[in-house]
Design a protein around this ligand. Sequence first.
Ligand code: IPD
Length: 287
Amino acid sequence: MSDDDAGAVPPGTDVEELRALARSLAREAGALVREGRPARVEVAATKSSAVDPVTAMDRASEELLRTRLAAERPDDAILGEEGDDVPGTSGLTWVLDPIDGTVNYLYGVSSYAVSVAVVAGPPDPERWTALAGCVHSVVDGRTWTAARGGGAERDGRALRVSAPPSLAQSLVGTGFGYAAERRARQAEVLAEVLPRVRDIRRLGAAAIDLCLVAEGALDLYYERGINAWDVAAGGLVAAEAGAWVGGLRGRGPSSTMTVAGAVPVVAELVALLEDAGADGREGVTRS
Ligand code: IPD
């Protein structure tokens, strides 16, 4: 496959069928996470830092998703947060976050979700073509889906982004990484953003944040350091609801920076983040 057709959609792909499968998988895993939550959740392991937890349920939810996909879509690849990459032959990759918002799940704070998406091309948000996705909020059952060119909806209601008059009147979602050095830099950027917006929300699940942008419950969202599985489904939901989803300095959404929100106000946030050097070297305070 050449770079030009890296995100090419295989002929015969039915994005509505993929949306339906993403929805049913996310709901089934969501039921497992909801019904299987013990009174006291234990940390099974840590990942990128001591405050980046994995629970037994992250693994069980991903195992369920992988088992279902192996049966229903054996030719597709899988990229999941908690397991090894599975290669495929179809040109499609399922991008899975078995629990987005694991810290909320651990503490019993209600914002956590199962996120299931399918993309064409390389499993890299800057290069893929997202085809379909579902974000299922585990505690309250809200379910957002999108299909490429087919719009975004939540539980049957079509979604449209908000139209804030200015950045100054925008409610902005964001999040922080798990590494201390990254957080120190994110705090500096936040100090530039906070005085210039209506307010900030840090809800703790990037996939839900992006869906809230889609339905106008957040005007804008930005975050450095999110992974492919955090953005795959929610990014498509936001884009299909009319949001611009991208990065800084002409780049696409990536772990360096992902920004989402309604045009034209999102451009004000992008300019502010560029000026703040939000995509710059970490561990170095801007002079
Ligand atoms: C995290 C959440 C959080 C975001 C972090 C992500 P996880 O995902 O989406 O909101 O701020 O950057 O890593 O670890 O709970 O799957």
